[in-house]
Design a protein around this ligand. Structure first.
Ligand SMILES: Nc1ncnc2c1ncn2[C@@H]1O[C@H](COP(=O)(O)OP(=O)(O)OP(=O)(O)O)[C@@H](O)[C@H]1O
Length: 299
């Protein structure tokens, strides 16, 4: 997601040396990145990596050090204007249990000038939820679908979703992402989604941002990721030689073969020891971020 001056107007977010702190605790350390239009970006990181903090800063809920512009505005100083132009579902989002869906649509019409009730009705038709249904009578998956229908009915350029499918079963997650991609993403709008379901979102994403303990360790399109990172599937007997070339990660594939991921092409003699395969997003995620559970086990 690198940019040149000529496409600056296509940038929805521009952050330079962005740091976020809670007192002495640093949640994000000097992150520099741009978010252009027309992307589906996965924000990945282990628990506590800084995903929610970053999203909060983007919507002006957290003060930031460094420079940050979202839709050309300062999230802290121009928050009112910003919130009219972006949609956000926080990780703690709830809809009022007492309300009917049509009442929420009415509320949204009053609160959000870019909300279209007609559009929300169209989106709701994709779900099994009726306009007269009360939130308290809906399942968790249905509530999430209603939430997305309400938010996606806002004519915005940027959507920020903090773990939107948490607690949903696989079918509800699939429905959620289908509605998001079919009904909201149009090649111009961008959505930033944080999730722990790395494997599941890989096919949806155009880009990935990875955070590791408050550091932005990767910010790349999936296309460039495929070009840059190279995995070698190899026989366990060649493990020592492969290790000598300092791969980012060595792991065992299904079926017992070994594999190693390299940042860039390994030396030709090493490459000749294995067969080039595509590293999955999960493998790369494991290679670039620390895994606290594994660390604890190995301690
Ligand atoms: N209100 C707060 N006060 C102090 N520290 C906080 C606060 N909120 C978050 N932190 C700390 O900031 C760091 C980043 O937290 P954050 O919630 O952004 O991570 P996350 O990647 O969203 O994690 P998760 O996947 O568990 O939701 C963590 O070390 C966390 O303990």
């Amino acid at each position: 997601m690198s940019t040149t001056t000529s496409n600056m107007q296509d940038l929805l977010v521009s952050a330079q040396d962005l740091s976020l702190r809670y007192g002495s605790k640093t949640a994000l350390e000097r992150a520099t990145f741009n978010i252009p239009k027309g992307r589906v970006i996965g924000l990945l990181g282990h628990n506590g990596a800084g995903k929610t903090s970053l999203m909060k800063a983007l919507v002006g809920l957290l003060p930031a050090e460094g420079q940050l512009q979202v839709l050309g505005l300062s999230p802290r100083q121009q928050r009112g204007a910003l919130l009219e132009q972006l949609c956000y579902i926080p990780d703690v989002a709830v809809l009022p249990r007492w309300a009917r869906v049509d009442e929420l649509m009415c509320l949204m019409s009053g609160l959000q000038p870019r909300f279209s009730a007609e559009r929300a009705r169209t989106l709701l038709k994709r779900t099994s939820v009726g306009e007269k249904d009360k939130i308290k009578n809906l399942s968790k998956g249905m509530v999430t679908q209603v939430h997305l229908a309400l938010i996606a009915a806002i004519d915005a350029r940027l959507m920020i979703l903090d773990e939107p499918t948490l607690g949903l079963d696989v079918l509800s997650r699939k429905n959620f992402y289908e509605m998001l991609i079919d009904e909201w993403c149009d090649g111009e709008r961008t959505v930033l989604i944080s999730t722990h379901q790395v494997e599941e979102v890989e096919t949806l994403l155009s880009d990935v941002m990875m955070l590791d303990e408050g550091r932005l360790v990767l910010n790349i399109s999936l296309e460039d990721m495929d070009k840059r990172f190279i995995a070698l599937s190899h026989d366990p007997a060649t493990a020592e030689a492969i290790a000598s070339a300092h791969p980012l990660l060595r792991y065992r594939q299904q079926g017992g073969r070994s594999a190693a991921i390299f940042d860039g092409a390994p030396p030709a003699d090493i490459a000749a020891l294995g067969e080039r395969i595509r590293p999955s997003l999960v493998d790369l995620f494991m290679a670039l971020t620390r895994n606290p559970a594994l660390q604890a086990k190995n301690a």
